[in-house]
Design a protein around this ligand. Structure first.
Ligand SMILES: *Cc1c(COP(=O)(O)O)cnc(C)c1O
Length: 333
């Protein structure tokens, strides 16, 4: 089975399962799980933030991040296609009474700061209070450039907004820019990271920020049902991933670039490729046929008019060669 639907489909390797089996555990709600504590300390160290908190999912980490920045009746400015606007079931509005103010993303995944400025509400009783700018890095595979992040950081300081980065795939940006996590995270107040995507753990996300912020987050995490007990077995996978699965993301990026070139050569309309994602246009008349063609050959892809192909540690170059051969055969029928 070749699965290019998402990098969330990665499975824990034998070596990762071994460290999970051997993990020292305690009750993390009492803050006694040494492996969770070690993972949080490592995330804080890598991000250059004072503290970090382990979560079961990125959705919950993003929700808690928003609940800490915004009170009832506040708003956050966020991308129209951002995960924490569009794909988190409206959690900030439902559970936090926080109003989202979406802004169209530019093609490179950034939110143009002039558009953000125009969306900020004046201090007037008619309006929600604008409190936060939320960016996504990477977005659809696109890495936000460091100069843009620096501008956004200075802009938010001037406008007295907080800046959150949904960095579900931040390590793809770190590897693509050949920089460090801290060099990106210096431009935000809070950062979420997914361990369960390209980094290959079965479960887990992190929220990084200042000490008082993370203490507040700990309360919200408990309230939203994210206080786990012997979570060290999961944190062990996270520590393993941070040690062994970051540098190898380069192989996923190279594979995605290779795949984009090969599909282009077949005449497939490649819309974009950055980091581990390739987006291709599939003519409406081919969508259903391509889906079943691939399914019959044990290839999982979500075919649509705009099809996303995601490379990850469970997809080899050989798998991609196979996929390209299947695609060629499909087009030649
Ligand atoms: C996957 C993802 C999340 C979190 O997803 P979970 O499945 O809840 O861990 C958040 N933001 C982005 C951009 C993502 O891709």
């Amino acid at each position: 089975m070749i699965d290019l639907r998402s990098d969330t489909v990665t499975r824990p390797s034998a070596a990762m399962l071994e460290v999970m089996m051997a993990a020292e555990t305690g009750d993390d709600v009492y803050r006694d799980d040494p492996t969770v504590n070690a993972l949080e300390a490592e995330a804080a160290r890598l991000s250059g933030k004072a503290a970090a908190l382990f979560f079961p999912t990125g959705t919950q980490a993003n929700l808690v991040a928003l609940l800490c920045h915004c009170q009832r009746g506040d708003e956050y400015i966020v991308g129209q296609q951002a995960h924490n606007y569009k794909y988190e079931a409206g959690g900030a509005a439902v559970l936090g009474s926080i109003q989202p103010q979406p802004v169209l993303q530019a093609a490179d995944g950034s939110l143009p700061l002039a558009d953000v400025a125009a969306a900020i509400k004046p201090d007037d009783i008619h309006f929600a209070r604008t409190r936060l700018l939320s960016l996504e890095n990477t977005h659809h595979g696109h890495v936000l450039p460091l100069p843009y992040l620096a501008q956004a950081w200075h802009f938010t300081r001037e406008r007295q907004l907080a800046l959150h980065i949904d960095g579900a795939r931040i390590f793809n940006a770190v590897v693509a820019l050949e920089t460090t996590l801290a060099d990106i995270a210096r431009y935000c107040d809070s950062l979420t990271i997914c361990l369960s995507k390209g980094l290959g753990t079965p479960v887990g996300s992190l929220l990084c920020g200042e000490v008082a912020y993370i203490e507040q987050a700990r309360r919200w995490r408990k309230m939203t049902g994210g206080g786990m007990r012997q979570a060290g077995i999961l944190a062990a996978a996270g520590l393993y991933a941070l040690q062994h699965n970051v540098a190898r993301l380069k192989a996923d990026h190279d594979n995605a670039a290779w795949l984009a070139t090969q599909l282009s050569a077949l005449g497939v309309d490649v819309v974009s490729q950055q980091t581990n994602m390739v987006f291709v246009k599939v003519p409406a008349a081919q969508v259903a046929a391509l889906q079943s063609w691939m399914q019959a050959r044990e290839v999982q892809i979500s075919v649509g008019p705009q099809t996303r192909l995601v490379t990850h540690l469970d997809v080899s170059r050989q798998d991609l060669e196979q996929l390209v051969a299947y695609w060629r055969a499909f087009l030649q029928q």
